[in-house]
Ligand binder design. Structure first.
Ligand code: ADP
Ligand code: MG
Length: 397
């Protein structure tokens, strides 16, 4: 990565203003999954070890610019105490203003201050300069470790970087190095597996990856649109009629460059969109008029697994079927299993794909499971993320 990181700063006596992604799922005031918090620990431990005072800012949920109790970060600060035993962790009930500034000034080296939800202020999402400046007053150096929010140009992810020296945290660095490395210098064969509901959600990803990969493997609802674009009747399956031309264009591009674009040869077809629907396997070209394709079939699974097995770099975004229903989760789980066996780099990005890999208990068998849903999608589209662009380049000082 060509950006400066926490390793490029002398932290003695400095206050680090750190944007983390503590947007964790909560139920009844309790955190149900702390993956994102644990993902930030390497950066926090590094800073504390180097003698910095650490001030944390994050968003939680969508409070729409209003103070909303159920989106308070106070329980998150409480949970952080259990993740960092022995570390003094304070909480400020607002992210800007006198109380926060005083708490920041009084913070000692090796101590942590968690600020209240930045989205309690409408200025956050508007990237308001005065608000960004008010945040900047709290620290000496800005650290962005919130990869999951880096695709947003908000005050705490982008604006604040105009007023302080700005460097990447270790999670941000890893996300960019692993995904960027795979996109720029993949060990080959390089295989991308793209699924999920819609072609239209993933056009940018498909177009960016097609020229880079040795094989593009398509599954999920979007495969139906590709099959329909080839002229097959998909019955009552999810087909995006608006995206048929895009699908045709991608098929043609693949044919021109001799890239392998793999589509399902068989599908699991149900009579309705329900977990207990009756279902059977049929050829992808013979979906019955009243049927709905909800997963890839066993022959397709075998073919896709064979392609993955030979790969040295695999990027996966988007489930192969309606994996939320066990009857239609087989294809998705089989892909995760094949990836777990790969001798090479394996990367999973996208909210639902990551959930599927975790559900299958295979997350720790991957090289990298991205913490950013929307951000990883934009990264795979080849877009520059505003939160990353705002950080200092390596050669600057
Ligand atoms: P990600 O979050 O990993 O980027 P998406 O959000 O693009 O993935 O797609 C996930 C959704 O696609 C899931 O809710 C899944 O049920 C749905 N899906 C997958 N296959 C099908 C299908 N054949 N028909 C309808 N929906 C599907
Ligand atoms: Mg999704």
């Amino acid at each position: 990565m060509n950006k400066q990181t926490v390793r490029d700063v002398n932290w003695k006596g400095q206050r680090a203003l750190v944007r983390v992604d503590f947007n964790v799922p909560m139920k009844d005031g309790r955190i149900t999954d702390d993956t994102r918090m644990r993902a930030a620990l390497p950066t926090l431990l590094y800073l504390l070890d180097k003698g910095a005072a650490v001030i944390l800012m994050s968003h939680l949920g969508r409070p729409k610019g209003q103070r909303t109790e159920k989106y308070s970060l106070e329980p998150v600060a409480g949970h952080l105490r259990s993740l960092l035993p022995g570390v003094q962790i304070r909480f400020a009930s607002d992210c800007v203003g006198e109380e926060a500034e005083q708490a920041a000034r009084n913070l000692g080296p090796g101590e942590v201050l968690v600020l209240e939800n930045v989205r309690f202020h409408p200025e956050e999402e508007k990237n308001d300069p005065a608000f960004a400046q008010a945040l900047a007053r709290l620290g000496h150096v800005y650290v962005n470790d919130a990869f999951g929010a880096a695709h947003r140009a908000h005050a705490s992810t982008e604006g604040v970087a105009r007023y302080l020296p700005a460097v990447a945290g270790l999670l941000m660095e890893r996300e960019i190095d692993v995904m960027g490395g795979a996109l720029e210098r993949p060990e080959r064969p390089f295989v991308a597996i793209i699924g999920g509901a819609k072609v239209s959600d993933k056009i940018g990803v498909l177009e960016n990856l097609l020229p880079k990969v040795d094989a593009l493997v398509i599954g999920g609802g979007m495969a139906n649109t590709f099959l329909a674009a080839q002229g097959h009747d998909m019955g009552r399956s999810l087909v995006e009629t608006d995206a048929l031309d895009i699908a045709r264009g991608l098929l043609q591009k693949a044919a021109e460059r001799g890239a392998r674009l793999l589509l399902p040869v068989d599908l699991v077809v149900a009579d309705r969109f329900e977990a207990d629907a009756s279902h059977r396997v049929c050829p992808a070209t013979e979906v019955p008029a009243d049927g709905m394709a909800l997963d890839i079939g066993p022959e397709t699974v075998g073919a896709y697994q064979a392609v993955i097995r030979d790969a040295r770099t695999v990027i996966w975004n988007g489930p192969m079927g309606v994996f939320e229903m066990p009857a239609f989760a087989r294809g998705t789980i089989a892909i995760a299993q094949a990836m777990a066996e790969v001798h090479g780099v394996t990367i999973v990005g996208g909210g639902d794909s990551v959930a599927a890999v975790e559900q299958a208990g295979l997350a720790d068998r991957m090289t990298h499971v991205s913490t950013g849903g929307g951000a990883s999608l934009e990264f795979l589209e080849g877009k520059t993320l505003p939160g990353v662009a705002a950080l200092r380049e390596k050669e600057e000082s």
